[in-house]
Design a protein around this ligand. Structure first.
Ligand SMILES: [Zn+2]
Ligand SMILES: [Zn+2]
Length: 227
């Protein structure tokens, strides 16, 4: 017969341990090992895991991320409100938040290298003077640290083999690798949605007159100013 005094302590202990980061699997093994009834353990853990999922679905950071993702793929404010309401947010605050996120997404600017829509405050200037997203910036940083490694190896090889001439060659090679990999070669046109930007000097003089006079870089397809 089930004791009415067993259920509460098991549930309470399970909550404490889940909060400390133990998995439901671990707790199942542990409680059954301690002699708790397997059915009761499973019932308690199933309920708590369902609650954890519900709480995670209501996490504001996650909800905002989902809304951004939806807006960037063409969802309407109503679509996003419906999603918020589905996970348990009341309609009124859901609508206010969705409208706020919609406005933020509308102000996103394309990364000038890969075109990813990015919050303007998150854009970082690369070594070529273009504004790139976090992902592109991170790739640059990784490439630069790899190149420092390559440069060190080349310089060592140069020093061993060819003296000063070898060293100069090695550092010229590593400098050219560095420039190639960590600057934006063809900036992204937000209108054509492709890396179709060229320096204005690449345009024929007649075409160049039609460009925005303040442009230094423009799209070779549509002529829009990029930078
Ligand atoms: Zn990017
Ligand atoms: Zn264009």
């Amino acid at each position: 017969m089930e004791s009415p005094f067993r259920r509460a302590p098991l549930r309470g202990r399970a909550i404490e341990l889940l909060k400390k980061g133990h998995s439901a699997d671990e707790l199942h093994v542990r409680f059954v090992g301690e002699g708790e009834s397997p059915e009761e353990v499973r019932a308690v853990l199933t309920e708590l895991v369902a609650l954890q999922h519900e709480a995670a679905a209501m996490d504001p950071t996650r909800l905002r991320g989902e809304a951004k993702w939806m807006f960037l793929r063409g969802a309407s404010v109503d679509d996003v409100v419906a999603h918020f309401v589905r996970v348990g947010v009341p309609e009124e605050p859901a609508r206010a938040e969705a409208a706020k996120i919609r406005a933020a997404v509308a102000a996103f600017k394309p990364c000038q290298r890969c075109g990813a829509p990015t919050e303007p405050s998150e854009l970082v200037m690369d070594l070529g003077g273009f504004f790139v997203c976090r992902g592109c910036n991170l790739r640059d940083e990784i490439a630069r640290s790899e190149q420092r490694g390559i440069a060190r190896e080349l310089e060592m090889v140069g020093a061993l083999g060819g003296g000063v001439g070898g060293m100069l060659l090695a550092s010229a090679v590593s400098a050219s690798i560095a420039n190639r990999a960590t600057t934006t070669q063809a900036p992204f046109c937000g209108r054509c949605m492709q890396p179709s930007g060229v320096h204005v000097t690449a345009f024929a003089p007649a075409d160049r007159q039609r460009l925005d006079p303040s442009a230094e870089w423009a799209c070779r397809l549509c002529g829009a100013k990029i930078a």
